[in-house]
Design a protein around this ligand. Structure first.
Ligand code: GSH
Length: 333
């Protein structure tokens, strides 16, 4: 995982570890907003009017942050309005790459071989990480935004409402504060918590991360005991944000990031929530387990140097006994 420095790619590790071994994620760099008439949004500059066919999403099917944007595009019916390019799941010394892999695509906008070339097209002197998702604007030939939390607020907001075939409000008035509060706690302990745990470089930082995560699992499991989704009977923004991490938990984070204080089966309501979301219209087709498993186990060479994929990572998402296949086989013995 390298980075760009003044527009030049360097295969050096990004510095996101503090002295005490704690992983701290850097903020995303492009923060403009697409709005109904092109007026400036909460951050960045204006000029990005919502129009069908104008915007493009660069994603990895492996990535939980990009998965948020893919889910909004699919569930809201924005697939005709916004097209996508999908990178190869295994990002090594050149970062994300457009290369042959089932489901991956070439760069559908330009002819970039690497995602870092998309960033330097937007800003030839860009310095920083080269991440997905990226919301690209064909008209200005630049990146609108590369922060998934904001990309989904745009896709689910008023700007794209007229372009969405099956628009639903995932951020209803009156619930914004509650949603923001849950989002922040889930981000800290779970969405980013799995990385904080997995990329920790000290025992203390790891233990802090994993304890906070499982404490949150307990709280969410309780919250979901008497309601189907986090805020009631239909999924809202915080449900989607929780889902993209939880669907990766059993195949990946449990083993790879050592998030293993207890199995997820000890949190039946939380696990049921993940499964319920998976079965909602438009969701299953956004989940590509081959990309997910190959990305984490084959690309993170610092924490899995030989690229061994644990046997328990094979998950049956479609059968009635949803869950790790090895566990089902063990039960059957
Ligand atoms: N805060 C960003 C994070 C995006 C992110 O870190 N994406 C990962 C993939 S899961 C990435 O592209 N990493 C490449 C790198 O760090 O070099 C967001 O939510 O959009």
């Amino acid at each position: 995982m390298g980075q760009l420095v003044d527009g030049v790619w360097h295969d050096t590790n990004t510095r996101e570890v503090k002295k005490d071994g704690q992983f701290v994620r850097n903020a995303s760099a492009f923060r403009n907003w697409v709005t109904a008439q092109g007026a400036p949004g909460p951050t960045g500059t204006g000029g990005f009017k919502a129009e069908a066919g104008r915007y493009h999403l660069y994603v990895s099917y492996a990535c939980p942050w990009a998965h948020r944007a893919l889910i909004y595009r699919s569930v809201l019916g924005l697939d005709d309005a916004i097209d996508i390019s999908v990178v190869h799941p295994v990002n090594l010394e050149n970062g994300w790459e457009f290369a042959d892999y089932p489901g991956a695509t070439p760069d559908m906008i330009g002819d970039a071989r690497y995602m870092h070339q998309v960033y330097t097209k937007a800003d030839p002197t860009y310095s920083g990480k080269v991440t997905v998702p990226v919301l690209w604007d064909r008209e200005t030939g630049s990146i609108v935004n590369n922060e998934s939390a904001e990309v989904i607020r745009m896709l689910g907001g008023e700007a794209f409402r007229g372009l969405a075939k099956t628009w639903t409000d995932f951020l209803p008035e009156g619930l914004e504060a509650e949603i923001d509060e849950i989002n922040a706690a889930v981000y800290r302990t779970i969405n980013n918590g799995v990385y904080r745990t997995g990329f920790a470089q000290s025992q203390g930082a790891y233990e802090k991360g994993v304890a906070a995560m499982f404490d949150m699992f307990g709280r969410l499991d309780q919250r979901l005991a008497d309601r189907r989704f986090l805020h009631g009977d239909r999924p809202l923004e915080s449900d989607w944000r929780l889902f993209t991490t939880m669907i990766r938990f059993e195949p990946v984070y449990y083993f790879h990031f050592k998030c293993n204080i207890r199995p997820l089966t000890d949190y039946p309501n939380l696990r049921r929530h993940t499964r319920d979301i998976l079965n909602l219209p438009g969701v299953r087709e956004t989940v590509h387990m081959d990309h997910i498993v190959d990305h984490y186990y084959l690309a993170h060479r610092r924490i899995n140097p030989y690229g061994i994929i644990p046997a328990g990572a094979a998950i049956d998402l479609d059968g009635p006994e949803w869950g790790p296949i090895a566990l089902q086989e063990a039960k059957a013995c």
